[in-house]
Structure formats: structure tokens, C-alpha cells
Design a protein around this ligand. Structure first.
Ligand SMILES: [Cu+2]
Length: 141
């Protein structure tokens, strides 16, 4: 029983050694491999390449945001003491996108499609927040 059970392990070890050996032989190509790794992590941190907007009571900072038409990504950082969100609407009030609710001390990524240049409005749609001044302007060029 035990010997039979060990056989797969033996194979795994052998295969691992072969794989490691192959990687070792390709050591001269190592830099390329490590660059690939860096690229991978850069790709994941690329998600934090959004426009950082800090939310507190009751404002966005910055309150005037510039972006290019297309997919606009925000990194919402709630440094306030209550939950907030972000709604993006056009000048007529048509909502183009709404973030998830970001709890106090939380961060969230929020992407919205802005098809054409223009001035858009941003606001928090939690009761009373917009009225309290939690608004901003999104200038899309
Ligand atoms: Cu709010």
C-alpha cells in the first residue's frame, strides 16, 4: 500500500527535477524570465493606475477630475467615517455608472465608460451626501 502510494510521488519528484533542470539549463535566459515576472506584477498593479479619488464627509478629493474618453477607472479611497459611493452622470443627469458601496477605510476600483468628451458630474448617492456637497466634476477630453 505504502509503496504503491509512493510511486506517484517518485514520478512527481523526477518530473520536478527535470523541470528544475531545464530551468537551470536555461539560466542564461534567466533575466528574460525574471523580466516576465516583473511584467506580470506590473500588470496587476496596473489596476491601481486608476484615478485616485479620496472620499470623506462630504467631498471628493480632488473634486475636479480630468480623464480621457473611453474607459475611465477610479481608485476610490474612503478615508471617511461612513460609507460612500460614486455615481457618474452626464450633464442631463443620465447615470453612466455607479461604483459599489465603499465602506469607511475601504478602497474600491470603479470603471465607467465615457464615450465622448464633455463635462460630467460626479456625486455620492447616499441619502443626504450629494446635498451636503459630495459632488465633483469629471472633465473628459
Ligand atoms: Cu457619501
Amino acid at each position: 500500500m505504502i509503496e504503491i502510494g509512493r510511486r506517484p510521488w517518485t514520478w512527481i519528484v523526477l518530473v520536478s527535477l527535470v523541470v528544475l533542470g531545464a530551468v537551470g539549463c536555461g539560466g542564461s535566459g534567466g533575466p528574460g524570465g525574471s523580466t516576465g515576472g516583473v511584467g506580470g506584477s506590473a500588470g496587476s498593479t496596473g489596476s491601481s493606475h486608476g484615478i485616485r479619488v479620496v472620499m470623506t464627509e462630504f467631498k471628493y478629493s480632488p473634486s475636479t477630475i480630468s480623464a480621457s474618453a473611453g474607459t475611465v477607472t477610479f481608485d476610490l479611497v474612503n478615508q471617511g467615517r461612513t460609507a460612500h459611493d460614486m455615481v457618474v452622470a452626464d450633464s442631463s443627469g443620465k447615470v453612466l455608472g455607479k461604483s459599489s458601496l465603499v465602506g469607511a477605510g475601504q478602497e474600491a476600483e470603479f470603471s465607467v465608460q465615457i464615450p465622448q468628451p464633455g463635462t460630467y458630474q460626479v456625486y455620492c448617492d447616499l441619502p443626504g451626501h450629494r446635498e451636503a456637497g459630495m459632488t465633483g466634476t469629471l472633465d473628459v477630453g
